[in-house]
Structure formats: C-alpha cells, structure tokens
Design a protein around this ligand. Structure first.
Ligand SMILES: N[C@@H](CCC(=O)N[C@@H](CS)C(=O)NCC(=O)O)C(=O)O
Length: 210
C-alpha cells in the first residue's frame, strides 16, 4: 500500500501514526507541495482536491485522512482502534467529528497565528483572530477535559479518535497554548505522544520545525 504524504502535514501525520500503531507497512511517496506536486495531473487523478494524504491499495484509491485511518483500522480489527460495537464505535465517531469540526479548526487557527504564520513569513499575528480562536479553543479544551475525566483515552480504550485529537496539539508549545488549566488533557496528550507509533510518525515533522 502506498501513502502519498507530505512530512509537514498534520493530516498525513495522523495516517502515519495510525499505521505505525497497527503495524501496517506503508510505502511512503513524498509529494512536494511547494513544487506543485499535488497539482500534477497524475496526482489530481488520485485526488482531485490536490491534497495529501492519499492511500493507494492496488486499484483502490482513498483520500481524506480519517477515512484512510478507518480503512487501515479495518485491516487489523483486533487492535480495537475502531471498535465494531455500535455504542463504542459511535463514541469514537462523536469525538472524531468534534475534532474535525470544532476543536481542530479553532486550535489550528490559533497555532497558525501564534507560530506558523511567522515561520512561513506571513506577517504578525492578527489580534482579533487570536482573541476569537483562543476563546473557542478554551471552550473546547474544557469539553475535552470533561470528556477525559476518569479515563486514559477519550473513548475509553485507545482509538482512532485519540490520534485525530492529538494532531491538533502539534504546535501547542511553540504557540504558547498552555494546558495548565486542563490537567486531564495534559496527561492524556503526554500519554499519547509517548507511544512508539506517535514518536515514529512525528519524527519527520519535528525535523522540519526544529
Ligand atoms: N480534510 C483533508 C485535508 C487534507 C489537507 O488539507 N492537506 C493539506 C496538507 S495538511 C494539503 O495537501 N494541502 C495542499 C494544498 O491545499 O495545496 C484530510 O483530512 O485529509
């Protein structure tokens, strides 16, 4: 199976982390986004959105990182990352959608303003955006703190949702997003980031942002 990847991409990171966790071998094909590799005709034939990640399993092609992770989890159901029971799976889905639609965008915009914007030479943080996204991020982190109460992992057992959520926290230190008020979130992310699968997956990204 091939993964069309870019090392800077948090969306590709979550696929690499889940693959490592499952012990699924992926042949990594680097797509040079800066050089327009994602706009080349042969890439667009795989994903008309011109975005990584893309998975290729024989003739089967799949884009959208969370769909790819669910596909990989289906290859190793015994790992339990995407449990088959209706209630257990629904809880994983709940946190998956919530990360994609609520926490993820707010925290990513905040990280962009406070860290990545300058890194990419795109100017100073916009105080209006920072204030709005910080407020939203704080509200969502409080929800996550409550969700993690008494649990090691957000859906009870380790699941895809933990990996999705974790990609949102990538730049928290560089962006000065403190977790002091959210001790459950702080220990959960430490626990997740300590996993070998995460360490292996994140290494190429960390190398870019030293
Ligand atoms: N919802 C998509 C988002 C994919 C995405 O935004 N990929 C970015 C890298 S993080 C990309 O390829 N951007 C290239 C571009 O838009 O030109 C997913 O989860 O896979």
């Amino acid at each position: 199976m091939k993964l069309y990847n870019a090392n800077f991409s948090p969306n590709a990171l979550r696929v690499r982390a889940v693959a490592h966790e499952l012990g699924v071998d992926l042949e990594i094909v680097q797509v040079d986004i800066r050089a327009g590799g994602n706009r080349a005709a042969e890439f667009l034939a795989r994903n008309p959105n011109a975005k990584v990640p893309v998975l290729e399993d024989g003739n089967f092609v799949l884009w959208e990182s969370r769909a790819i992770c669910a596909y990989l989890a289906g290859l190793r159901p015994e790992a339990g990352l995407y449990p088959e029971g209706r209630k257990a799976r629904s809880l994983v889905d709940q946190w998956t959608w919530w990360q994609a639609i609520h926490l993820g965008p707010a925290m990513q915009k905040l990280s962009f303003e406070l860290f990545l914007k300058e890194k990419f030479g795109m100017g100073d943080p916009d105080p209006t955006v920072v204030e709005a996204e910080r407020k939203a991020t704080d509200q969502f982190l409080a929800v996550l703190e409550t969700g993690l109460d008494g649990k090691d992992w957000i859906a009870g057992a380790l699941s895809l949702a933990d990996f999705y959520l974790a990609t949102t926290f990538m730049y928290r230190d560089q962006a000065g997003i403190l977790l002091d008020q959210y001790p459950g979130v702080a220990s959960w992310i430490d626990r997740l980031e300590a996993r070998d699968s995460w360490q292996e997956a994140v290494a190429p990204l960390r190398a870019l942002f030293r």
